[in-house]
Write a protein that binds this ligand. Structure first.
Ligand SMILES: [Mn+2]
Length: 586
């Protein structure tokens, strides 16, 4: 795919200044500046921060009220139900909070909605379960911020409710009647939002003061609540108790693709170590089934191994047993559940591929507008999200994929950074039964007969707001590097920036006018070669770049964009370039 190459350029004097004051190489200084880290102090905390740097959870709006009620439940021996979600973030969030409540001596039960039966969000079936199991307090994780009706039922049934969520809250002006019985204080603290009637609502998106935490995942917020519970129950800072929850919190954070900056980066950095050590039997056994035991965990590795398996349960079946997997102490039970997830995942892959191929065929017939809107009665509800995300990535435009059943189209949407999905859906809401989500990902439901009106509405919004240039993905290059400056000292320095992932990508470098030596095709797909400038030559591989070979031409030089990686082979280390883009020199 064609991409615009954007090379970050910074005043060399500023780079030199920061590099000396923060004692990092000029290249690292440039990379950090690109990421908005521009003072020696910020660099120090970025490179060295750890658990102790997590902010005070009680600073989050609603936390005090929530924890006071939870402590009361602990004193009066009440049972607490945790209501979660069926995706990896919601499931890990549920397990994090269940573990924390248990450590605080509270008896618990949980409810994970079924995607097919209940759909996303806080569902009345959960209240039924609370009543049956004798729970008098429900805490939602990763959902509930727009579950007004269920919150109302909960109140009528006399069960207290705490909502923790990270999804966008609904704007107040959409539904609020004037003089809706809110006190002035409510008015001041969340005047822009309509919130469900609950004892406490914890969502960093509600308050400007919590904006540093507005990118936490559902599991990240469950971790903040757990931290606050530990502080109250044990009257200490309780970082060691927190540490045990970080493997799950890191999985949820990675799964929800929130930016790996600030506290998310601390959670994932510490959590990856824990996942590597394999303390939790469920995670250990899942690693074995996924064939990544012994490998150094990275967010990239988790996204292709553990996370799809965890997500497979909610997509293909019922996800309640995933909680058992996370909580069990029995390796035998963990192995049984991991194998079950592995089987579901294989089935999911097959169903997804079929739906994706059909979607491509449909698109071929009707052509690609500024937004992709496709629906079918044949598509499984569990895979529409992945198909939307593959299409959005391939065609680089917002994609809406629906599964139709009984006249209702239930869908999943994925977008590209220049197009705010949540705002766009709000703009087309006259055609929708319900919707919710974020800027880049959302879920929605509408009547089948409204599909074409919705498609028109969405296409005209996309047409208006997206320019030609917006529809061409850009490739941001951290620095133009002298080929002879590439060496192991760089890969070593770059490890300080880990963990890499969304919002904190691996450093991407570019070099110009390189000679191509010995190009060859590997496994019909990959392009392998040596790149040389003057007397420095390096091995390079371009995954799935075989078609480029013909376009490079027999003579002349190329410009290359790449990341660095170290290949270990028979006890020796080799530096290689992982090619991200290649073009004839201009
Ligand atoms: Mn989530």
């Amino acid at each position: 795919m064609h991409r615009r190459w954007l090379v970050n350029r910074t005043n060399p004097e500023f780079i030199h200044h920061l590099s000396t004051t923060a004692s990092v190489s000029p290249l690292l200084a440039q990379i950090l500046i690109n990421r908005g880290i521009k003072t020696a102090g910020d660099i120090r905390s970025y490179l060295n921060h750890g658990l102790a740097d997590l902010s005070d959870p009680f600073a989050i709006q609603g936390m005090k009220e929530a924890v006071a009620r939870i402590m009361e439940a602990s004193r009066s021996k009440e049972k607490v139900l945790v209501h979660g979600d069926y995706d990896a973030d919601g499931l890990t969030a549920t397990a994090v909070l269940l573990k924390a409540l248990k450590l605080a001596g509270i008896e618990t039960c949980y409810f994970i909605p079924n995607r097919m039966e209940h759909g996303y969000g806080f569902h009345p079936a959960s209240i039924k379960k609370a009543k049956l199991s004798g729970a008098s307090l429900i805490i939602t994780v990763d959902c509930g911020i727009t579950s007004f009706e269920t919150a109302e039922i909960c109140r009528r049934e006399g069960i207290d409710l705490i909502i923790t969520d990270h999804h966008e809250p609904a704007a107040a002006h959409e539904t609020k009647k004037p003089g809706d019985g809110e006190t002035e204080e409510d008015e001041a603290s969340h005047q822009h939002f309509r919130l469900p009637d609950a004892l406490a609502v914890i969502n960093p998106k509600l308050s400007a003061a919590d904006c540093q935490l507005s990118t936490l995942s559902g599991a990240g917020i469950a971790l903040k609540l757990s931290h606050a519970i530990f502080m109250s129950a044990y009257n200490t800072d309780s970082h060691s108790m927190m540490r045990d929850l970080l493997d799950l919190a890191a999985l949820g954070t990675t799964a929800d693709v929130v930016p790996l900056t600030g506290e998310n980066r601390i959670i994932v950095r510490e959590g990856l170590t824990l996942i590597g050590n394999g303390i939790c039997p469920g995670i250990q056994s899942l690693k074995r089934v996924a064939g990544i035991e012994g490998k150094r965990p990275s967010t990239g590795l988790l996204s292709f191994s553990l996370i799809p398996r965890i997500n497979a349960a909610g997509r293909m079946a019922d996800a309640n047993d995933v909680i058992k997997l996370f909580l069990t102490d029995s390796m035998e039970e963990a192995d049984r559940l991991s194998l079950w997830l592995d089987t579901l995942n294989s089935r999911r892959q097959q169903i997804e591929e079929e739906a994706y191929q059909e979607a491509l065929a449909l698109l071929g017939v009707k052509g690609t507008g500024p937004a992709i809107v496709l629906a079918s009665e044949k598509w499984h509800k569990g895979v529409v999200g992945i198909v939307a995300s593959r299409l959005a990535e391939t065609f680089y435009r917002p994609a809406f994929i629906f599964s139709i059943e009984d006249g209702i189209a239930r869908g999943s949407a994925r977008s590209i950074p220049p197009f705010n999905l949540y705002n766009a859906l709000t703009g087309c809401k006259e055609f929708l039964r319900r919707f919710g989500g974020h800027k880049l990902a959302a879920g929605l439901e509408l009547e089948k007969r409204n599909l074409s009106s919705f498609e028109k509405c969405m296409n005209s919004l996309a047409e208006e707001s997206l320019s030609e240039a917006d529809l061409v993905p850009s490739l941001e290059i951290d620095a133009d590097i002298n080929f002879s400056d590439i060496g192991f000292h760089l890969t070593e320095e770059f490890t300080k920036l880990e963990p890499f992932g969304y919002g904190n990508p691996e450093p991407i470098l570019g070099s110009k006018e390189l000679e191509v030596l010995f190009p060859k095709i590997l496994k019909d797909a990959h392009l392998k070669m040596k790149l040389r400038k003057k007397n420095r030559s390096l091995d390079a591989i371009g995954f799935n770049m075989a078609p480029l070979l013909d376009r490079l031409g027999p003579a002349g030089t190329v410009d290359a964009v790449f990341t660095l990686f170290v290949n270990e082979w028979e006890g020796k280390s080799y530096l290689q370039l992982n090619i991200r883009a290649l073009r004839p020199s201009q």
